[in-house]
Each structure stands twice: as C-alpha cells, then as structure tokens.
Design a protein around this ligand. Structure first.
Ligand code: NAD
Ligand code: ZN
Ligand code: ZN
Length: 341
C-alpha cells in the first residue's frame, strides 16, 4: 500500500504551514503507518514552527505530537500492533531502548530520542509513520478527541506533578492554565492536592475557577509569590507551564521552604538563579520533559475514568494555521483538536 494525503508542512520558520499533498513512505519493519483521526495542537508546535529553541527542527518538517489514528499498515517485524488498532502518536517518537536512561525508566531523556513533530514528521497530516514500540495504545472506552490532549498536555503535567514529590493535602501552584495547566489542575485534584492556579487571561482564570481550583490568582493584579507566601507559606510544589519568562521569575518565590519548583513551559531564553535564596530555603529546581510510555498508560487511565477531562475545541485540519495563530494570541481556552475527514 502506498498512502497519499494532505500534510501541513513547515518549510520556513515563522511562516504559516503549507498544506500540501504528500506521499507517505511505507513503514519500515518496526514501524506502522497510521491514518489520523484527530490531533491536538500544543504550544510546542508553535515553538517548533518559529524555531524558538537552541536545537531547531530540520526543515521541512510536519509538526504535531498529539495524534490519534488507526494503524493501516504494519511493518513486517511488528508484533505488538496490527491493522485496525487505534494508537496515539506522542512527542517521544522513538528512543534507543538500551542506554542508561532507557533501561532505568527515563526513556524520554534518551540521548538518541527522536521527537514526533520535531525531529520526525508528526501528526498534522492525514497519515504518519510511528515507531510501533513507541505508539501509545488508546483505551477502548476513551474517545479519540478526548485522548489526544492527554498524549502531551496530560502526560506532561501528570509526570511533572509526580516529579514534584507531593503528598495528599499539600499545596501545588500551577502557573499557566492553558492546554497543559487546565489538565494539571485535574491531575492534582485526583492526587488530593490543594491547588493555586495562576494566569494572566480572564478566560483561563475563569476555567480555573470552573475546575474548582482552591485559589485563583490573576498575576496581572496580584504578585503570586507574595500572595502565596503570605496566605499559605508558599506552595510545596510549583508547576510552571506558562511559556513566559515573567511566570518563571515568580516560580521560586512561590515555592515553600524545602519545596520543589518544576520547570515545564519552554519560553525562549535563560533566567538567573538566586543562589543564596535557593540554598537558604532548601529549594529543589527540576526540569521535566513529557512522560514515558508507562506515564502515558497512567495519564490515559485517569481520562478513561473521566477523572481528567480536557476542554476541547474541534477544528477541521485545514484550519491548522488558524489554530496556531489562536495559540500565539492566547485565544485558545483548553486545547484545540484538529479533526481529519
Ligand atoms: P497554552 O498556550 O495552551 O497555555 C499557556 C498559558 O500560559 C495560557 O493560559 C497563558 O494565558 C498563560 N500565561 C502566559 N503568560 C503568563 C504569566 N506571566 N503567568 C501565568 N500564566 C501565563 O500552552 P501549552 O500548550 O499549555 O504549553 C505551555 C508551555 O509548555 C509551552 O512553552 C510548551 O512548549 C511547553 N511544553 C513543555 C512540555 C515539556 O515536556 N516540558 C510539554 C508540552 C509543552
Ligand atoms: Zn506538546
Ligand atoms: Zn536510550
């Protein structure tokens, strides 16, 4: 079988994706060809299309790493999937499987990892190639559109919360209540945490309120660090998801003595670290990158039990550029999910 279909291709940074007919390769022995049903649109796709980060994706490429589709062709050596299976195409397209990090349950940190929609073509296309071992089986009782945002926004915040090493009853501050943050609130609730939600946009603050975050802080009006130190003595864990340097500057200040501040959002640039303050207050600062295949199973399970429900806005695939512009202008509440015919 040889598949032809539309793909949204980044040919130049900072330019709209070009929607073109593309010939998709046959899967290699360990790969599957997937026909896309839906794909979430992550803020990372916007960073990728703009070439924001020190390591840029090689042009041209197809972005997208929250794809859900059906296996239409399996490579000759594939044993774990067959035609007709429904799978997710996540950020971790492939890892080596034998390095120190792959062997110790940290495959996302594999130095040879390939990233979907970045260093491999992703899910903004009618078809995509997945590495069979790294495609994520979607639980039968979860719809494709509900599953898509879990594959990045969900698993990333679930993993970040686990990495904050919190206990039920602790406070977590979640800065940035976008695609990631609105799911972080729900995972944190499932973990029995108290939640302070911080954002700078009215619709995101309203979403945090409707999700019943315990404290909702508008960072345009209130300094979240000062407020949280005074009100609760700082949060035991802080999850920074906003793609904003300003939000990161507030992060350590929001953290309680001995607490953990987890960096998740990826604004371009660097930040100075207040060494004295961090040492005297015993703060842990930690980076967190998406989640492993096992984290995906856990994150999807919360969704299939309706403990975590993404707020989604469906758009036809052809409107992918409008979806990205909406993200750039902070006009998306929850997650945009592209639908394919
Ligand atoms: P999004 O655009 O849906 O949400 C961002 C939110 O941050 C919005 O609600 C926005 O209003 C809010 N915000 C902006 N400035 C703020 C400020 N100063 N204070 C508080 N909130 C502020 O984006 P998203 O899809 O949720 O992605 C967020 C970031 O996470 C991006 O940088 C993305 O690349 C990154 N990301 C990282 C990982 C990882 O593994 N570490 C995975 C996925 C996404
Ligand atoms: Zn993402
Ligand atoms: Zn490896």
């Amino acid at each position: 079988m040889s598949a032809k279909g539309l793909a949204a291709i980044a040919r130049k940074f900072h330019e709209p994706l070009s929607i073109e007919e593309m010939q998709f390769p046959d899967p290699a022995p360990n790969e599957v060809l997937v026909k896309m049903i839906v794909s979430g649109v992550c803020h990372t796709d916007l960073h990728a299309v703009n070439g924001d980060w020190p390591i840029q994706p090689p042009l041209p490429f197809v972005p997208g790493h929250e794809g859900v589709g059906i296996v239409v062709q399996a490579g000759s050596a594939v044993k774990n999937l067959k035609e007709g299976d429904r799978v997710g195409l996540p950020w971790l397209h492939q890892a080596c499987g034998y390095c120190e990090w792959c062997l110790s349950g940290w495959e996302t940190l594999c130095p040879k990892a390939v990233f979907g929609g970045y260093s491999a073509n992703g899910s903004f296309a009618e078809y995509a190639i997945a590495s069979a071992a790294y495609a994520i089986p979607i639980p039968a009782d979860l719809s494709s559109k509900a599953a898509a945002p879990i594959l990045c926004a969900g698993v990333t915040t679930w993993k970040a919360l686990k990495q904050a090493e919190l206990q039920a009853g602790n406070w977590v501050a979640i800065s940035g209540i976008g695609g990631l943050g609105h799911l972080a609130i729900q995972y944190a609730q499932a973990m029995g945490l108290n939640i302070a939600a911080i954002d700078v946009a009215d619709d995101k603050l309203a979403l945090a309120r409707s999700l019943q975050a315990n404290l909702v802080i508008d960072a345009r009006k209130t300094d979240p660090a000062e407020f949280l130190q005074q009100k609760i003595g700082g949060a035991h864990g802080v999850i920074l998801t906003a793609p904003s340097q300003a939000a990161f500057r507030e992060g350590l200040g929001m953290t309680r003595r001995k607490g953990t501040c987890v960096l998740v959002g990826l604004p371009a640039g660097d930040l100075p670290i207040p060494i004295f303050d961090m040492i005297l207050r015993g703060i842990t600062l930690r980076g967190s990158l998406v989640g492993t295949r096992n984290d995906q199973v856990e994150a999807l399970s919360f969704a299939s039990h309706a403990q975590v429900i993404a707020e989604i806005h469906l758009r036809p695939f052809r409107e992918v550029n409008e979806a990205l512009t909406g993200l750039a202008n902070a006009k998306v509440t929850g997650r945009t999910v592209l639908t394919f015919e």
